[in-house]
Design a protein around this ligand. Structure first.
Ligand SMILES: [Zn+2]
Length: 327
């Protein structure tokens, strides 16, 4: 049994940097970046699956490693070109979210304003790896990027997806798959950002999503059964959509980001606590935050919901996103 993750964590590689078996070729394009190309692809297109962009989000890392073991052991068929990425090996080894800086803010040139650090170098390496992978698709056909995460805080919808602002219309089969993977809510960004999924969506014209699959726990403590639906859907997508889970009875709710709450100085006050769950609803007129004598209020007549509220961010950083539901 090949345990790719264990090899990466211990520095004793579980497989040679490149090789082949009866059904596929593999090549390691860098630490934690593994390309898997079927000898006879069943379908065109490319698939990128990443986990561990935040090093302490263990469940998706374990799920992805399990899939790699199944693929190399011949138990999971690869139907199309696949690139597997363990995002931040240094942080994964230390069991921390990041070593120097949150890597999911450092893509698409957002790192240029910061002094170079571990994460900015790794983000550049990942951008290069996915661009090469996409460029080597002979047909330049559809590319999906699924970036797997777990959230830090509680959430009224524990499993949800964040879709980058895209210049292209929404892709129905991609949205359908996200529902089958067990996501209960989909959040559509309206503005660019420094996330990995934004980079692949814009630069590679991929269908991209950041999947938040539940709460993060240490390695070995995750109830992987909670992630069965996502794992099954990933396995099905890798295998060419042969055994995709059924469409859920309740489709995911759709939300649009309407604005960002930003802390600009010391007297910023967010009118919600650290433990306010994601998607908490506030009625019209509610004061959300105050700073310098000005307040931000809920403007949408149907009310608004908050995502990632955090009053203690650095100046100039996001203290929360406000959402309105697409009905
Ligand atoms: Zn994350």
């Amino acid at each position: 049994m090949t345990d790719y993750l264990q090899g990466m964590l211990t520095g004793q590689p579980a497989l040679p940097p490149q090789g082949e078996n009866a059904v596929l070729f593999w090549r390691e394009k860098g630490e934690g970046i593994l390309e898997l190309i079927p000898r006879t692809p069943r379908q065109p297109g490319s698939l990128i699956i990443s986990a561990g962009i935040h090093g302490n989000e263990t469940a998706p890392i374990e799920i992805l490693n399990q899939l790699v073991t199944e693929i190399l052991g011949g138990e999971c068929v690869v139907a199309q070109r696949l690139l597997v990425i363990f995002g931040n090996p240094a942080a994964i080894r230390q069991g921390v979210r990041f070593v120097d800086y949150d890597m999911n803010r450092l893509f698409s040139g957002y790192r240029d304003k910061l002094p170079p650090c571990d994460e900015s170098q790794r983000a550049a390496q990942l951008e290069q790896a996915v661009s090469e992978f996409r460029g080597q698709d002979p047909a330049q056909s559809v590319c999906w990027h699924l970036d797997l995460h777990t959230a830090i805080r509680g959430s009224l919808y524990p499993k949800f997806g964040l879709l980058p602002a895209s210049p292209r219309p929404r892709n129905a089969s991609f949205i359908d798959w996200l529902g089958r993977a067990g996501l209960e809510a989909l959040v559509f960004h309206q503005a660019p950002g420094g996330t990995f999924s934004h980079f692949t969506c814009h630069t590679l014209a991929a269908e991209s999503c950041t999947l938040e699959l539940g709460k993060a726990l240490p390695f070995g403590c995750n109830a992987l059964a909670d992630f069965d639906c996502a794992r099954q859907a990933l396995r099905a997508r890798i295998g060419g959509d042969t055994e995709t889970p059924a469409t859920p009875d309740t489709p995911p709710r759709h939300f649009r980001v309407v604005r960002q709450l930003t802390r600009t100085g010391a007297d910023f006050h967010l009118h919600m606590s650290d433990t306010t769950p994601n998607f908490t609803w506030f009625p019209p007129g509610t004061i959300l935050s105050e700073e310098g004598g000005r307040s931000e209020r809920v403007l949408h007549p149907e009310g608004e919901r908050v995502l990632f509220p955090n009053p203690r961010v650095a100046y100039g950083q996001r203290a929360g996103l406000m959402l309105e539901e697409e009905l």
